[in-house]
Write a new protein. Structure first.
Length: 337
């Protein structure tokens, strides 16, 4: 009968330490006290643990791999970023390992610790939270290199590449107001991620700038998925005084809104005007085509990859904060109410 392989979890339990500590001691990265390190090594020897050859190759630079942890790889925005990052890394003889956090801080933390335990030293991350980023800061202090994309994190000193979410949302809502709309619905996700907060602020700031009182009943909240956005749209437009226009927080929400409005027999833009944040392929295949706030998606991935490779090569300049402007792409989904 084949003997079960000894795992990192077994070593950690035998040495009475966390898996992260055991990984640091076995793979020689970060800080581990001498006594603790010795306890881990003795437990590994006693249990017959064999060092991971992939981790050895990573540490020696023979197998250069970068980790990418997006919020949701099914989101077209992150799928495009992953493609562009992988293309740029391949040009520089690096490989990409992708693991989605599914917008869970707990899952993000576990993924980063597991990837770091393999010896991976560089990460491109879209943080699941703007504030709960202690795990990222801790790994950065231990020597891991990070570039944050799409979302900023206040407590982490590292490079970041984001867009002007607040400005883009403000411009979109202001365009709806300029076309005569006063009851403007907002379809947003239920998370606390950086982009959602900034886009909500842009919506609110545009209303305030034009003297329109905010109305929470015009904001519909759901998970960022097409099927949930359909339900949220139907709830919003089933009200007696429904909105004359709708602004959606991302492309998945926009697609859900389109299907929800069609289910209700509402026509765009005759019954409802629509603007979505994020351009997407179907936006130009609908009739009418959808007005969107476009991000420079094609520039984000290559820049993030390039910045990370510079850090892995030893660059020591202060953290770089890149914020791209957005662009309102006017098509045919907005008319006067």
């Amino acid at each position: 009968m084949r003997q079960k392989a000894v795992t990192l979890k077994d070593i950690a339990a035998a040495a009475n330490v966390s898996r992260a500590t055991a990984a640091r001691a076995l793979n020689s990265y970060g800080y581990v006290g001498d006594e603790t390190a010795m306890r881990v090594l003795e437990a590994a020897e006693k249990l017959g643990y064999r060092t991971n050859r992939v981790a050895q190759a990573l540490r020696s630079g023979q197998l250069p791999i970068v980790g990418f942890v997006p919020g949701d790889i099914q989101n077209p925005f992150f799928a495009r970023i992953a493609h562009d990052v992988e293309t740029e890394l391949r040009r520089k003889h690096h490989n990409l390992l992708i693991a989605s956090s599914e917008e869970s801080v707990k899952q993000e933390k576990e993924l980063l610790e597991s990837l770091r335990a393999l010896g991976i030293g560089g990460f491109i991350v879209a943080p699941a939270s703007a504030t709960d980023t202690r795990h990222i800061a801790s790994l950065a202090r231990e020597g891991a290199q990070f570039v944050l994309i799409d979302r900023a994190a206040r407590a982490v000193r590292c490079d970041s590449v984001v867009v002007d979410n607040e400005g883009g949302a403000r411009e979109a809502v202001s365009y709806l107001i300029a076309n005569g709309h006063r009851r403007i619905g907002f379809l947003r996700d239920d998370s606390h991620i950086f982009t959602a907060q900034e886009r909500l602020a842009g919506y609110q700031n545009a209303l305030a700038a034009h003297g329109i009182a905010a109305d929470d009943s015009l904001i519909s909240v759901s998970r960022s998925a097409v099927e949930h956005a359909i339900e949220a749209t139907i709830r919003l437009f089933s009200r007696r005084e429904r909105p004359s226009a709708l602004f959606t927080v991302d492309s998945l929400m926009t697609q859900g809104a389109l299907l929800g409005l069609r289910t209700m027999g509402l026509s765009i833009p005759h019954d409802v005007s629509l603007i979505g944040f994020d351009d997407f392929n179907l936006a130009t295949f609908t009739d009418p085509q959808i007005t969107v706030v476009a991000q420079p998606t094609a520039e984000i991935g290559p820049l993030a990859a390039s910045m990370l490779l510079e850090r892995l090569a030893g660059a020591t300049m202060p953290p770089r904060k890149v914020r791209f402007p957005t662009r309102l792409v006017i098509r045919g989904s907005v008319s006067h109410p």
